[in-house]
Write a protein that binds this ligand. Structure first.
Ligand SMILES: *[C@@H]1O[C@H](CO)[C@@H](O)[C@H](O)[C@H]1NC(C)=O
Ligand SMILES: *[C@@H]1O[C@H](CO)[C@@H](O)[C@H](O)[C@H]1NC(C)=O
Ligand SMILES: *[C@@H]1O[C@H](CO)[C@@H](O)[C@H](O)[C@H]1NC(C)=O
Ligand SMILES: *[C@@H]1O[C@H](CO)[C@@H](O)[C@H](O)[C@H]1NC(C)=O
Ligand SMILES: *[C@@H]1O[C@H](CO)[C@@H](O)[C@H](O)[C@H]1NC(C)=O
Ligand SMILES: [Zn+2]
Length: 452
């Protein structure tokens, strides 16, 4: 009897032909579903765990693409992360529906086929499975938001603007940080709930030159605005900007993160500053844990946006930095004039770089210790229809010099955020700045108790 009901219970995940059911699946069911998917579609999917939650649940990531098991030069890496706040459950549901859609449409639907042939897509449906299991089905309250240790994972990442390097990192955050280091992610989104808006970096500031009016502006603001608008304009209602009864009026349904409310230790700033991955935060429903009867409409509202957003990974430029012998150069920095990133974007171990840019002309500076600096101007066309950024390789020349015997040639170094000019806490941990930021943060939290 017990076995019979277990079969019934697992068998009911997928009603044949109709796809994944529109309901909430617990962590055991999600794991079973992902294992079934990776077994049924092993040619173009690969399932792996990036670590475990505090309570020991696996953090499953499904990878989809023509070569799901490894990175191939020229194929950009994309990711979606859901359910970082355990009680914000819509992203988790949508990402499972997205997996269902992509697996059923590959080699059938031309858009999905081209997308999966040109992109390696990583999906983490739940970054906080312990929080999900603890959550109550409530629109507003925060039960289940935190991980098992009571920590808000979206405040637990290293922060470029405030010296929080001494903070204890939670297991879920350590796993995601290692994942970001392992893969050359180019574009990402982090799915939340409690509002309907697309929010983009920065989420924090220390009053340096990034602070422009009430916004904390990145050097890639134009690209971030484009990315956020891509999502909101393809969404059935997000672009209207006032979907929720208590919401601010978000023009086009997008906002600079800091301008909405400052937060430190967030995942999107970490991705951008240290991971050279442009990430936006998507708030997808007024109600954090909506009734199951709303889920199908939520999927229909988000599906075109989720698909169009992934295609943006093909904006701009990509290629390799090679030396005069054609050998890839690792850790070379590839910088775009006028975009002084806190950590310069650097090439991976294949000498590859990816740079999301809107169409236009850009001057690129390639530097690597021991090599001559190379400056080239490149025209970036609109490449989305091709499902490929423009490929442009750079060839840099070694400086033939009399190195001191016994001294190894200098190599490019690990990125550490450079000063955002005035008071960079990352370089000069400034307790007063940190205290002021904390006080302002506390004040804002107490003024507006609603968390997203
Ligand atoms: C996997 O394939 C089996 C056998 O065809 C099928 O019964 C099951 O529904 C499939 N599951 C998923 C998640 O695709
Ligand atoms: C995508 O890749 C598959 C498998 O290699 C191939 O059969 C198919 O023709 C490709 N389709 C497109 C549109 O690139
Ligand atoms: C990162 O890569 C290392 C070495 O390949 C591997 O052992 C580890 O499991 C990976 N971690 C994650 C989170 O992907
Ligand atoms: C590139 O940087 C990484 C991280 O700082 C380092 O581990 C690696 O050895 C560097 N590679 C080269 C070729 O300098
Ligand atoms: C630093 O701050 C001072 C006053 O706070 C301002 O006058 C100056 O322009 C700032 N410098 C830079 C480089 O932002
Ligand atoms: Zn959230």
């Amino acid at each position: 009897m017990w076995i019979f009901s277990l079969c019934l219970f697992l068998g009911s995940l997928v009603s044949s032909g109709l796809g994944l059911e529109f309901r909430y699946h617990n962590s055991v069911q999600v794991q079973q579903y992902l294992k079934d998917i990776s077994a049924n579609y092993s040619d173009f999917t690969h399932l792996h765990s990036i670590g475990r939650s505090v309570e020991g649940r696996e953090l499953w990531v499904l990878i989809l693409g023509q070569h799901p098991r490894e990175h191939r030069p020229g194929i950009p890496e994309f990711k979606y992360v859901g359910n970082m706040h355990g009680n914000e459950v819509v992203g988790r549901v949508l990402l499972l529906q997205l997996i269902d859609h992509l697996t059923q449409s590959y080699l059938r639907d031309p858009f999905v086929t081209r997308l999966l042939n040109s992109t390696r897509i990583h999906i983490l449906p739940s970054m906080n499975p312990d929080g999900f299991e603890a959550a109550t089905r409530d629109c507003l309250y925060s039960q289940g938001r935190f991980n098992k240790n009571g920590v808000d994972l979206n405040r637990n990442f290293p922060d470029a603007f405030s010296g929080n390097s001494g903070q204890v990192r939670e297991k879920e955050v350590v796993a995601v940080m290692e994942w970001i280091q392992n893969e050359t992610f180019v574009l990402s989104a982090n799915l939340h709930g409690g509002a309907v808006v697309a929010s983009y970096a920065y989420d924090n500031s220390n009053g340096g030159r990034e602070l422009q009016g009430s916004a904390s502006v990145t050097p890639d603001d134009d690209v971030f605005i484009h990315l956020a608008k891509t999502y909101s304009l393809k969404h059935t209602s997000m672009h209207k900007g006032n979907s929720c009864p208590d919401s601010k009026d978000f023009s086009y349904g997008i906002t600079n993160g800091y301008k909405w409310y400052p937060l430190k230790g967030g995942m999107q700033d970490y991705n951008y500053v240290w991971g050279q991955c442009l990430e936006i935060t998507l708030e997808l429903s007024c109600c954090k844990f909506p009734p199951e009867s709303d889920l199908q409409d939520l999927w229909e509202a988000n599906k075109p946006a989720l698909l169009a957003y992934m295609q943006q990974v093909h904006l701009g430029l990509k290629g390799q930095v090679l030396d005069t012998n054609g050998v890839p150069v690792e850790n070379a920095s590839v910088e775009v004039q006028g975009r002084r990133n806190l950590c310069p974007f650097r090439t991976n171990h294949n000498g590859e770089y990816y740079r999301l840019l809107l169409p236009g002309k850009y001057t690129i500076t390639v530097t690597c210790p021991g090599h001559k600096t190379l400056i080239e101007t490149v025209s970036v066309p609109y490449g989305l229809d091709e499902f490929s950024a423009k490929t442009h390789n750079f060839q840099i020349q070694k400086i033939v010099s009399s190195t001191v015997p016994g001294m190894t040639a200098p190599t490019c170094v690990t990125p550490r955020p450079r000063s955002s000019e005035n008071h960079s806490a990352a370089l000069l941990p400034n307790t007063i700045t940190a205290l002021i930021a904390l006080t302002i943060h506390r004040l804002l939290v107490s003024l507006d108790r609603k968390l997203f």
